[in-house]
Design a protein around this ligand. Structure first.
Ligand SMILES: [Zn+2]
Ligand SMILES: [Zn+2]
Ligand SMILES: [Zn+2]
Length: 217
């Protein structure tokens, strides 16, 4: 998103940090920012590299993820960090969890460099994300607030029937599989009344619930 250079995930993690620091803008207030990667736990080919001021909250990060990647119909979500659940909703019993707290927590109070943590969106048609905090930086990269620094190119997807270029995906509550992907021609053979299809979106929520990428930037 800064210099336009295409790189794979591993190289992009290194490059983007350098690129963002070189292009950092001097802003009035001096902030620390977390530099982090988020990716689909089951579909890690979908990933984003993001900078976020450490004074912002888990609520802010949740809103950003919904906006760029996830939101279809206001599903509940929660973060799991060090066996503590940060949720907008009352606790559900989970043996792996020590306690549940609100998402209204500043990132600097719950995260530190090197840390890994998880995020769950929608218990019915779940999309699971995992995160790694690459670093805490003192220079502000590029723009204030949460900044998208890099993301994956849309992966090439093939029709599960004929192998042609996929055009849409049948909606479901589980991770997409090849049988749910259809090209334009194979989709045309389906019943016209069958409108249970979703567009291909560049998101780990592809094919889930009603997510049509309406918010995908
Ligand atoms: Zn660059
Ligand atoms: Zn939904
Ligand atoms: Zn086909």
């Amino acid at each position: 998103m800064i210099c336009g250079k295409p790189l794979n995930k591993r190289h992009m993690i290194r490059h983007t940090r350098k690129c963002a620091e070189e292009n950092a803008q001097v802003l009035g207030n001096k902030d620390e920012v977390f530099y982090l990667i988020a990716e689909g736990s089951l579909l890690p080919m979908y990933w984003i590299l993001v900078s976020i001021p450490s004074r912002m909250t888990l609520e802010d990060l949740d809103a950003f993820l919904r906006d760029i990647w996830l939101e279809c119909c206001r599903h509940p979500s929660f973060f799991t960090i060090d066996r503590i659940r940060y949720s907008g909703d009352p606790a559900t019993a989970d043996p792996g969890i020590i306690r549940t707290e609100s998402m209204n927590k500043q990132l600097k109070t719950v995260l530190k460099p090197g840390m890994k943590f998880r995020y769950d969106f929608d218990p019915v048609a779940p999309t699971k994300l995992r995160f790694r905090i690459m670093d805490l930086l003192e220079k502000i990269p590029v723009a204030p607030g949460i900044t998208l620094l890099a993301r994956n190119d849309p992966p090439e997807l093939r029709c599960g029937r004929c192998g042609g270029e996929a055009f849409c995906v049948r909606a479901g509550n589980e991770k997409i599989n090849p049988e749910r992907l259809l090209c334009v021609q194979c989709k045309a053979k389906e019943s016209p009344a069958d409108n249970d299809f979703l567009p291909l979106v560049n998101s780990p929520r592809i094919g889930m619930c009603k997510y049509n990428g309406g918010n995908t930037r």
